[in-house]
Design a protein. Structure first.
Length: 108
């Protein structure tokens, strides 16, 4: 393990893009918890390959993800210095410092 500097790209992953209709089916499965909204209109979704689908969520994340719609890629980059052994988190809201409650925090 080693320290990781700010603005370090941790991972770049290709994605499998699915339509709005396919997402309706995915939302009925366990995969719902691992897909990302996709596209400028957010009507599609994607499944990222690699480790990206299993990064844990934090409202005070130390990483952010960026989507490249044209190349069909998602990248993970650090937003601050991370000490060796510290878990990497992304914010499921899309913005690394967005404190809006995510879907699983709003369940009753």
């Amino acid at each position: 393990m080693t320290d990781i500097h700010r603005d370090t790209v941790i991972e770049v992953s290709p994605v499998i893009v699915m339509s709005r209709e396919e997402r309706k089916l995915l939302d009925q499965t366990l995969l719902h918890d691992y897909i990302f909204e996709w596209g400028h209109d957010r009507k599609s979704c994607c499944m990222a390959l690699g480790y990206i689908p299993i990064y844990n969520h934090s409202y005070r994340s130390n990483c952010e993800y960026e989507m490249d719609y044209e190349q069909e890629l998602i990248s993970i980059k650090t937003v601050r210095f991370i000490k060796a052994g510290e878990e990497l988190f992304i914010n499921y809201n899309g913005n690394w410092n967005n404190a809006t409650r995510v879907w699983f925090d709003t369940r009753t």
